[in-house]
Ligand binder design. Structure first.
Ligand SMILES: Nc1ncnc2c1ncn2[C@@H]1O[C@H](COP(=O)(O)OP(=O)(O)OP(=O)(O)O)[C@@H](O)[C@H]1O
Length: 462
C-alpha cells in the first residue's frame, strides 16, 4: 500500500471499503477494494475469488485489474478507476429526460461485449446491474464488481446458491431451475430497459409481486418513440425460458442489432449516398469507424500496451512477405466490428464469422429439449406474500437449499455479503478456454431438494 496515497473512501459495504488512491510514481488514480479475509483457512480461497477472476479478464469494457496483495487480514484489489461513476447514478441524473437512442445503443453494445468476454472465459458474472456498470471519463462502459462471479461447471456448491440482486434476477433462479449464461442476459436486459425507460422493468413492493412479475416476464411497455428493433431486443432478452433467450454472442452477431446500430450512426459510419443504397454490410472502413464510435479508441492505447492483438488486426504489413490480414469476410456484425478494432479478442473473433441472422434462432430441437413451466412458483409466492422488499438494489444470497433460504431482506442478518457458503475456487484451464456462449451451460443440482419446504420452516408466521 506504500505505492499509493489515499485520496478518499468512495464506498463501504459488508465486504470492506472501496478507496480512491493515487500511484505515487505515475500519479494515476486507482480504486482499491479492501476485502476482510476470513480467519478460517478453508474460506480464504473463496475470498480471493474476486481477485482471481478479475485478473483473468482483459477487455476494454471490463474494469482493468492492476494488482492484488494481502496486508494484515485484508485482501486489496487494485483496479482501474472509473471517474464517470456508475450507470445507476447516471440514470438517476437524467430524472425524466430520456437518453438518446445513440447513447443507449453505444453503451449496450459495450456492455454486451464485456459480458461476452466473461462468458467466453467460462465465467458468469451473476450480479450485472446498473450499479455495477461503470463509466470512464470519456463515457466508455466498464463492467465491474466480480464479487459474485463464478466459474461455470465449477462446484456443486454453486448449484444451491445464487448471488444476485432481486430486481435483476432471472425467472429460472426463482423457479429453482438451473442457471447459466442466459441468466446474465436477463440482467443485462434489465439494464437496457432502465436505459430506455429510466425505471426498472420489474418494480414491486413485495417479494411476491416481484417474483410474479419476473416469472411472467410482465413489464410495462417501453416509450413508443424507441425503434422497433430495440423493443424487440428487450422482448427477446426477457423470454422467461432461458432457451428462448438469445446468448450474448447471438445478440452481438444478429442482423437486427447491427441494422439498428447502422441506422442510428449513419453519418459517422457511412456516407449519405451510401446509406440508402446499402442496407446490408459494413466494409472495413465503416467497421473501423463504428468501432471508434463505440469507444474502441480507448482500447487502442491499451492494446498497444498489451501487445500484439491490435497490431494483428490493423497493421497491413510490417515485414515483406508477412502480410497481416483482416478477416476475409465482410464485417457484417457488431461483434466483428468491435473485434476488428480492439483487443476484444482473438477469442471472440473465432466465433464471429458464424452466420447468425436473428435473435431467437435456436435450433428447433434445442427448444424442444426442455419444456419450461410457464406458471410462477405459486407456493413460494403465497409464502412470501407478506414479505416486503427492502434494500432491493443490493446483492443478496438466494439460497436454494439448506437451512438458510433467501438470505437477505427476509433475514436482515447477512447484509450485502455476496460470498456464498463454502464456494470453492477451482481454476481449471479448460474451462477458461474461450468458446462460443451460444449454448446453455447449466448448473444442474446433483441432489435437488425441495427448497420451498425450507421456506415454510423459516417463515412460521405464514
Ligand atoms: N472501479 C471503480 N471505479 C469507480 N468507482 C468504483 C469502482 N469500483 C467500485 N466503485 C464504487 O465504490 C463503491 C463500492 O463499490 P462495490 O462494488 O465494492 O460495492 P457496492 O456496489 O456498494 O455493493 P454491491 O455490489 O453489493 O451492490 C460504489 O459506490 C461503487 O460505485
Amino acid at each position: 500500500m506504500e505505492t499509493y496515497s489515499l485520496l478518499r473512501v468512495i464506498g463501504e459495504g459488508s465486504f470492506g471499503r472501496a478507496l480512491l488512491v493515487q500511484c505515487k510514481d505515475s500519479q494515476e488514480k486507482y480504486v482499491v477494494k479492501e476485502i476482510q479475509l476470513p480467519k478460517n483457512q478453508s474460506k480464504l480461497e473463496n475470498s480471493r475469488r474476486e481477485a482471481v477472476l478479475l485478473s483473468r479478464m482483459k477487455h476494454p469494457n471490463i474494469v482493468a485489474f492492476r494488482e492484488a496483495f494481502e496486508a494484515d487480514d485484508l485482501l486489496c484489489i487494485v483496479m482501474e478507476y472509473c471517474s464517470g461513476g456508475d450507470l445507476l447514478q447516471r440514470i438517476r441524473q437524467q430524472k425524466t429526460t430520456a437518453f438518446c437512442v445513440d447513447e443507449i445503443l453505444k453503451w449496450f453494445a459495450q456492455m454486451c461485449s464485456g459480458a461476452k468476454h466473461i462468458h467466453d472465459k467460462r465465467v458468469l458474472h451473476r450480479d450485472l446491474k446498473s450499479k455495477n456498470i461503470f463509466l470512464t471519463n470519456n463515457g466508455t462502459i466498464k463492467l465491474g464488481d466480480f464479487g459474485s462471479a463464478c466459474i461455470l461447471n465449477s462446484s456443486k456448491a454453486y448449484a444451491r446458491t445464487y448471488v444476485g440482486t432481486p430486481y435483476y434476477v432471472a425467472p429460472e433462479i426463482w423457479d429453482n431451475k438451473p442457471y447459466n449464461n442466459k441468466s446474465d442476459v436477463w440482467s443485462l436486459g434489465c439494464v437496457l430497459y432502465e436505459l430506455c425507460a429510466l425505471r426498472h422493468p420489474f418494480q414491486a413492493s413485495s417479494w411476491k409481486s416481484l417474483i410474479l412479475k419476473v416469472c411472467r416476464g410482465a413489464y410495462p411497455p417501453l416509450p413508443s418513440h424507441l425503434p422497433y428493433e430495440l423493443q424487440h431486443l428487450i422482448k427477446q432478452m426477457f423470454k422467461t425460458n432461458p432457451k428462448d433467450r438469445p446468448s450474448l454472442h447471438t445478440i452481438l452477431t444478429s442482423n437486427r442489432v447491427s441494422k439498428l446500430l447502422r441506422s442510428h450512426f449513419p453519418s459517422q459510419v457511412m456516407g449519405t449516398e451510401e446509406q440508402g443504397r446499402r442496407a446490408g454490410r459494413w466494409n472495413r472502413e465503416e467497421g473501423k469507424k463504428m468501432a471508434d464510435l463505440l469507444g474502441a479508441k480507448s482500447l487502442i492505447k491499451m492494446s498497444t500496451i498489451e501487445g500484439a492483438e491490435f497490431a494483428e488486426g490493423h497493421c497491413e504489413s510490417r515485414e515483406p512477405g508477412h502480410r497481416k490480414q483482416w478477416n476475409a469476410a465482410p464485417t457484417d456484425t457488431v461483434l466483428q466490428v468491435l473485434a476488428n478494432a480492439s483487443l476484444i479478442s482473438s477469442e471472440s473473433m473465432g466465433t464471429a464469422s458464424q452466420d447468425l441472422t436473428g435473435l431467437s434462432e435456436e435450433p428447433e430441437d434445442s427448444r424442444q429439449r426442455r419444456q419450461w413451466e410457464r406458471d410462477p412458483p405459486e407456493r413460494l409466492l403465497s409464502l412470501l406474500e407478506k414479505a416486503r422488499l427492502r434494500r432491493d438494489f443490493s446483492t443478496f444470497i438466494i439460497n436454494r437449499g439448506g437451512d438458510d433460504l433467501l438470505t437477505g431482506p427476509l433475514s436482515q442478518l447477512q447484509g450485502d455479503n455476496t460470498d456464498g457458503p463454502d464456494m470453492e475456487v477451482v481454476i481449471d484451464r479448460d474451462r477458461l478456454e474461450p468458446r462460443s456462449d451460444d449454448e446453455d451451460t447449466d448448473f444442474e443440482e446433483e441432489f435437488p431438494c425441495n427448497w420451498m419446504d425450507e421456506v415454510e420452516k423459516i417463515l412460521p408466521e405464514h
